[in-house]
Write a new protein. Structure first.
Length: 109
């Protein structure tokens, strides 16, 4: 089997070419690329599998999807704080990243 190396732009372009360019924000795609780029092994780029394995949602939606209650101080938090709160709440269940756009990117569970 032949493998090619892809950089971040190739990775993002693969989502666009597969008709999945709107599946994730640019920031989420950059985070996904960084996540997989840290592995010390060859990984097949399967856009559809990544779209099935990972979810990007608003912090509130991600919290509800995970079955967690919204904390009392939720309304006092800004979007970044909410995303950080959710990413930390999910860290014992899955891989999760708080994104600067206020969303949370997590490995589906």
């Amino acid at each position: 089997m032949l493998y090619i190396s892809v950089d971040e732009n190739d990775f993002i372009r693969a989502f666009e070419q597969a008709g999945r360019g709107d599946q994730f924000s640019r920031e989420a795609l950059e985070t996904l690329f960084s996540y997989y780029d840290e592995f010390d092994e060859d990984i097949e780029l399967d856009v559809v599998a990544l779209c099935c394995d990972w979810t990007e949602e608003s912090a509130e939606d991600a919290l509800e999807t995970a079955g967690h209650d919204i904390p009392e101080e939720w309304e006092d938090m800004d979007d970044d704080e909410k995303a950080e709160y959710v990413a930390e709440a999910l860290e014992f269940e899955t891989v999760a990243y708080a994104l600067d756009n206020g969303n949370v990117l997590y490995l589906a569970f």
